[in-house]
Design a protein around this ligand. Sequence first.
Ligand SMILES: Cc1cc2nc3c(=O)[nH]c(=O)nc-3n(C[C@H](O)[C@H](O)[C@H](O)COP(=O)(O)O)c2cc1C
Length: 248
Amino acid sequence: MTEPIGRQFMRLTRYAEMGPGDEALGKPQPPLETAPAAGATIIKLTPPTALGIPPVELRDAIEQRRSLRDFRDQPLEEVELSWLLWACQGVRMVSSLATFRNVPSAGARHALDTYLLVNRVEGVTAGLYRFIAARHELELIRPDEGGAHSLKARFAHACLGQHFIASAGVVLIWAADVYRMAWRYGQRGYRYLHLDAGHICQNAALAAEAIGCGLCPVAAFDDDLLNAALGLDGCDHLALYLAAVGKR
Ligand SMILES: Cc1cc2nc3c(=O)[nH]c(=O)nc-3n(C[C@H](O)[C@H](O)[C@H](O)COP(=O)(O)O)c2cc1C
């Protein structure tokens, strides 16, 4: 009987199966983060030092967290969006070899990019953005023109019709830049990409508690539709995980 693909994956990505990765072979390191496109519209977010979000008890945040799918119409404030991004991807330190952020990452590779589908955030036009973590800025990819072909309808459709995607204030989408991880870990890096995504989403979930928001993680999606909506090839760059965030 053919071995199921999941078992094959776990077996073939054991260290015993791994040859030297590209790093060990002396190949140059890929960039720590993809730079914004030339001429892209850049939005500066409230810097992490000026967030001023009131503290929340960690125990309360852990106990109150639950997946939220019914959001109020109230928009998030820009500073709240900045807080969420800081909590789940904020950069503490950059060296020539790695970035160190508010979440752990295998080998500090931080190979996930955060895309944002902004639906209702005060001061940020609805549209698709990418978070440039090292600069704490947003790169506008495309505005949401609304109507029948709205981005939010497209993303909800890509997420198998989960309608709360379209009613969230913002949807965070984590997409892997595979080689940033595989350069060190080869095929085993795929395991780490998924583990990293869990850390990121959980920090976002706890941070949401501090701003009267809730979040629902989403991993049920049509890969091809979602990657196409993000403009990703689905091989070297591909979406792994999302979180719909909105006011309670
Ligand atoms: C990896 C993962 C994928 C998930 N995908 C979805 C999803 O696509 N749609 C959804 O409504 N909830 C999704 N959830 C949320 C779970 O259904 C939810 O965490 C679970 O029912 C437990 O409820 P709680 O989060 O309120 O504790 C996902 C959760 C995880 C951790």
